[in-house]
Design a protein around this ligand. Structure first.
Ligand code: SF4
Length: 507
């Protein structure tokens, strides 16, 4: 029994979910200062910077996808890890009750949400013993689903698009990392950081790749060969032009950390764990007897946090197009790729479960002219009233099998999400008169502030992230990235960055 252990772990969870560590803030500030003013990436970075400040000031979740909690715990010999595990799980459930973590643990077969972030495999806890008798170390990373879905594992030798053959060499590894960043485009909320493992087996490779994300972005790899590889990747990767959210631009990656494990002679895996800009990672060292926090890892509470954005928040350019939902076809057809829009009026959320449901059921609301937002918000109920506390977009490509049909059947005019969609949706936008708007992934606090209220909820049986929330929004900003004329910014950026990737095939 360590009296303050529970409270200390709870503090760690809340801080990790709401405040980015200084090394990530510095990298994002650098990205912001390197992007020319007025570009799409610069506008997105300003929204991100505003969001980081809002989250830290209000202790709100930085991103509505509060991710898979992964704890790395080091204990003195003899500590009761069974008790500790129970305490960590209870702290996770309490942070969820307080709205600092979204309920994110879902039964993989039934889709039922446990509601408290507890379930088989959730949270992830790794224990290790160390020889420090008087201290316990707890590190935590919260890595969301959008970036987790962009992880990649290569088995070398392999032929890679635009890069040619990747051999079993550090040069082959370099190609895999570049390919992974290019392939992720904006789907993992670029600019991201990659943890990489050379070798191991398929399981240990991914575990070690994620472990590399516990390093600070500005450290130097103690292995000179890997330090050189990391530096080489960082020297060239930002010429790809993927940019923030895949909008094109000068920062696609903010960090590359590479580890190595022995492998079997027949295998040569390169595992890449992609983390988004909302790179939430913190740690604490606790007194082993009292459980009180002795010091923080990655942050120094005595150093004041410098706001990311010292101006009056996100600035308008005056060229924004104002849209009020529900929309008619002519208005939507007048929009084109690159337009920045400000949406006001009713907006309905819908993500994986809702899209699947709508293929065989009538919608619970009239979707004619509507805005359908790919979003699984964090919501709180006070009495009879629902409040949205975090509401950024989720990755849209998962809805590609359904979206075209839903637009056609129910007359949706605005599809809002992040990362773009594919050819079937693009064709449906053109045929039926709709557009895809890319909101800034992870900007959960920024977008929650655009929600004036919740008018209702449908399909709550799917769990709060998957339900259809009836939101009322004012001046919700997003960029038209797929229009009703067959144009897609995502297709263009992928093609142009693919050509640049080709130029990096040799170095
Ligand atoms: S910032 Fe994007 S990728 Fe990261 S957790 Fe949030 S939605 Fe997912």
């Amino acid at each position: 029994m360590i009296p303050a252990f529970f409270d200390s772990v709870l503090q760690l969870i809340v801080k990790t979910s709401t405040d980015l560590p200084p090394d990530v803030r510095a990298a994002m500030a650098h990205a912001l200062s390197s992007e020319p003013d007025g570009t799409r990436s610069s506008q997105a970075l300003k929204i991100i910077a505003t969001n980081i400040d809002l989250a830290a000031n209000g202790e709100g979740a930085i991103c509505q996808d509060t991710g898979m909690p992964t704890f790395e715990i080091k204990t003195p010999v003899g500590v009761n890890q069974i008790w500790m595990k129970k305490q960590v799980r209870e702290a996770v459930a309490e942070a969820t009750r307080r709205g600092k973590l979204r309920p994110n643990s879902v039964d993989s077969i039934t889709g039922a949400n446990s509601g408290d972030n507890l379930g088989p495999g959730t949270p992830i806890l790794h224990f290790e013993q160390w020889e420090q008798d008087d201290e316990v170390e707890v590190k935590l990373i919260l890595k969301g689903g959008g970036c987790e879905n962009t992880n990649a594992q290569y088995s070398l030798p392999a032929e890679l698009p635009h890069l040619g053959r990747a051999d079993r060499s550090l040069e082959g590894v370099r190609k895999c990392i570049l390919h992974a960043v290019w392939h992720a485009q904006g789907k993992g909320c670029a600019p991201g950081a990659v943890g990489v493992c050379i070798g191991g087996d398929r399981t240990s490779g991914y575990t070690e790749a994620k472990q590399q994300l516990f390093r600070t972005l500005d450290d130097v790899n103690p292995d000179g060969r890997l330090a050189e590889l990391e530096a080489e990747v960082m020297r060239t990767v930002n010429t790809l032009g993927v940019g923030t959210m895949g909008f094109g631009g000068s920062t696609s990656l903010i960090g590359c950390k590479v580890g190595v494990l022995n492998r079997l002679p027949a295998s040569f895996f390169v595992s890449v764990a992609y983390d988004c800009w909302a790179f939430r990672r913190l740690g604490v060292v606790l007194d082993a007897k009292s459980g009180e926090i002795k010091r923080w890892i990655y942050r120094d509470p005595s150093t004041p946090v410098i706001p990311m954005f010292d101006q009056a928040g996100y600035q308008r350019t005056g060229r924004e197009v104002t849209l009020r939902t529900p929309l008619d076809e002519a208005t939507v057809r007048s929009l084109k790729v690159g337009d920045v829009v400000l949406v006001s009026g009713p907006m309905f959320t819908g993500r994986d479960a809702v899209h699947h449901h709508l293929m065989s059921h009538e919608p619970p609301v009239d979707l004619r002219g509507a805005a359908l937002y790919h979003c699984g918000p964090v919501v709180k109920k006070d009495g009879d009233r629902w409040t949205v506390t975090a509401a950024g977009p989720t990755t849209s490509i998962r809805e590609e099998p359904y979206q075209g049909e839903i637009i056609k059947r129910y007359g949706v005019r605005l599809v809002i999400g992040k990362g773009g969609m594919g050819g079937k949706t693009l064709a449906a936008l053109k045929e039926h008169g709709a557009v895809y708007l890319n909101a800034v992934g992870g900007a959960a606090q920024f977008y929650a502030n655009k929600v004036d209220g919740v008018d209702g909820v449908s399909l709550l049986e799917f769990g709060t992230p998957e339900a259809m929330w009836h939101l009322r929004v004012t001046e919700f900003p997003a960029i038209v990235t797929m229009d009703a004329h067959g144009n897609s910014l995502h297709k263009d950026v992928e093609q142009e960055s693919g050509e640049r990737l080709q130029a990096l095939a040799t170095h």
